[in-house]
Design a protein around this ligand. Structure first.
Ligand code: FES
Length: 133
């Protein structure tokens, strides 16, 4: 998931989002690992001429859905990350597995960038991890 820069959003739209980084800590084409609610998350700034300032911020899990390889050590290139363990490749915007074609999808997270440069990410636990009521 991604977001336009400098969105001005009502507070209600930010429910569940947590501060993850500052925009000036992120480098174009590089990944930054953070922890949000105990989950390892990678942030990346990608070129996107359709967005304000020509960039967008994306967030996705650092754990490869194939066998939990650490994507922090993978290579990010042209909006795709390669897993260092077995070479699966994922589109970090959509989460789609681009190699092999029928591989599992990468979990992505919604991002908001505030006017002051704070990058917010919403990490939701899958329903199966929620406590039974
Ligand atoms: S653990 Fe990532 S490709 Fe196997």
């Amino acid at each position: 998931m991604s977001a336009s820069l400098f969105e001005h959003l009502p507070a209600d739209d930010l429910a569940g989002f947590a501060p993850a980084a500052r925009l000036d800590e992120l480098r174009r084409g590089k990944m930054k690992r953070v922890e949000i609610n105990g989950a390892p998350v990678l942030l990346a700034v990608l070129d996107n001429p359709d967005h304000i300032a020509g960039i967008e911020v994306v967030a996705f899990t650092a754990l490869c859905p194939h066998a939990l390889g650490d994507l922090s050590y993978g290579a990010l290139d042209n909006g795709e990350v390669d897993c260092p363990d077995h070479g699966y490749r994922f589109d970090v915007r959509s989460g789609a597995c681009v190699f092999p074609k029928l591989g599992p999808s990468l979990r992505t997270y919604p991002v908001r960038v505030l006017a002051d440069g704070t990058v917010l990410v919403k990490v939701e636990r899958p329903k199966w991890m929620s406590p039974i009521e």
